[in-house]
Write a protein that binds this ligand. Structure first.
Ligand SMILES: [Zn+2]
Length: 471
């Protein structure tokens, strides 16, 4: 008997709520943060009253165009909206306005999996614009409550090809997509608030695909997939055939559970939405400008190119750039990008201070002050503890030039004692010997302190060391 193939293929369908002011086809407020009382942002259009007319939200179309560009997708200049017909309590119209196959707003494209290895990518099949359905909430008493604030919130649906083969691929893809849309600022992509919803399609050993729904965090996606891949492999080993069906992730029991059989597409009776004309978005495509942070991979490359790959520490520099991008702090990324635009600033030095210090501080320092400080670090004019101190103080509003004047007049007694104690802590053996009577070692410690702060007065340092020896 030959070895049974156990190749795992995973594709994803992501629904992304867009951060527009109003809904997809009406002027109701888009409360994507779920802050308002239920059923307060509603009107005859999003409640599906007969005779109402949907009007397409221009901003949502712009966001889709920008995202399609980042994903290298081909934008369709004449996208069509369709009706997807089905009955469900969260859909009083009896149909959802969505897009369908080649008529969707964009086709094809890809998203890289890694910053540093750009060969690994997941192909995108399609990007569609559609409206969200109402939110249904099950009470403990078994009643179903409906909140129509969510009905009509603009969604982008992203369907990938089944190009992911491991749980790790999936985790990377989702983190990258979330990073992209958050840096673009077109969605907060908060999974717990339902702004970034993931359905997983997974097949093992050439079997039919199984869909997993109701997964509410990237961590749950990982757990659900691990469980489902093992389950399917077990079935294949037993010689069972896996049929296409839908399961849901039970976060409490930590397993996937079968749901209804998946409707086939014919069940939905798609047909073009007669109330919305075919869009002509070619003029809009010319008009819409991409945001400066729309493509984090391109920005990463541009920043990486500022340092020669031959230079020692280049790998660390790339790691620092990746940390910066993955933090998804738009202001911090812009700050660093602008800092290294200055040719006087060494990107490698600046990246170390950015990641090790500035990143952990409450606010960003003024850009010009940061750049001046970095130039001083490059000239090795300042010991590390002083740079840290200065960063903190320029954030608080101090002026670097003033701090430098104080520095020239030498450290205060308190500052000096801190330095001395730090040096002693780094050299415990020498200090024990000094305490034991090897007085000559005092010169060793004075030298170390002077290295940390050239302005330190040797007489004062000696007094402090003698005091500590007596303690
Ligand atoms: Zn409305």
């Amino acid at each position: 008997m030959g070895e049974v193939s156990m190749e795992v293929k995973i594709g994803l369908e992501i629904h992304l709520q867009l951060k527009t002011n109003s809904k997809m086809f009406c002027r109701c407020k888009n409360d994507y943060q779920v802050q308002d009382d239920p059923n307060t942002n509603i009107c005859p259009v999003c409640l599906g009253y007969p005779g109402t007319l949907p009007v397409t939200n221009r901003r949502a179309v712009e966001y889709a165009i920008r995202l399609a560009r980042v994903l290298h997708s081909e934008i369709n200049p004449n996208p069509v909206f369709y009706r997807k017909n089905y009955f469900y309590p969260d859909l009083p119209k009896g149909y959802q306005i969505t897009q369908y196959n080649e008529a969707a707003i964009a086709q094809g494209g890809y998203l890289p999996l890694d910053f540093k290895n750009r060969d690994r990518k997941v192909r995108i099949r399609r990007l569609s614009l559609e409206e969200d359905t109402a939110r249904s909430i099950q009470t403990d008493e078994g009643e179903v409550l409906l909140d129509f604030n969510r009905a009509g919130i603009p969604l982008i649906e992203i369907v990938t090809e089944p190009d992911m083969h491991t749980v790790e691929d999936v985790r990377k893809f989702l983190e990258n997509l979330r990073m992209v849309v958050q840096l673009m600022d077109i969605s907060d992509a908060d999974m717990e608030k339902g702004q970034f919803r993931v359905d997983i399609n997974v097949s093992v050993g050439g079997g039919e695909r199984v869909e997993i729904k109701n997964v509410n965090s990237i961590r749950d996606v990982v757990e659900a997939l691990k469980y489902e891949i093992n389950r399917q492999k077990e079935e294949v080993r037993k010689g069972n055939v896996i049929k296409q069906h839908t399961r849901r992730w039970d976060d409490y029991e930590k397993r996937t559970i079968p749901m209804r059989r998946k409707e086939t597409e014919d069940d939905y009776r798609y047909f073009p939405e007669p109330d919305i004309p075919v869009l002509s978005i070619a003029p809009l495509m010319d008009e819409v400008e991409s945001g400066d942070l729309d493509d984090p991979f391109a920005l990463f490359d541009a920043m990486a190119a500022k340092v020669s790959p031959e230079r020692e520490g280049y790998e660390n520099y790339l790691n620092n750039l990746e940390i910066l991008m993955r933090d998804r702090d738009r202001e911090a990324i812009r700050f660093f990008r602008d800092a290294i635009e200055d040719e006087e600033v060494d990107p490698m030095v600046a990246s170390k201070w950015m990641i090790n210090q500035v990143r952990n501080m409450d606010a960003l320092p003024p850009l010009d002050q940061f750049k001046k400080l970095m130039v001083m670090v490059q000239r090795e004019k300042l010991p590390a503890h002083k740079v840290k101190d200065f960063l903190k103080r320029i954030i608080e509003g101090a002026i670097l030039e003033e701090l430098l004047k104080d520095l020239e007049s030498g450290p205060s007694d308190e500052e000096l004692e801190i330095i001395v104690r730090a040096v002693i802590a780094e050299h415990p053996d020498e200090f024990e010997r000094l305490k034991g009577g090897k007085k000559g070692l005092i010169g060793f410690f004075i030298g170390r302190v002077k290295k940390q702060n050239p302005q330190a007065d040797p007489g004062k340092v000696r007094t402090i060391i003698e005091k500590i020896v007596e303690e």
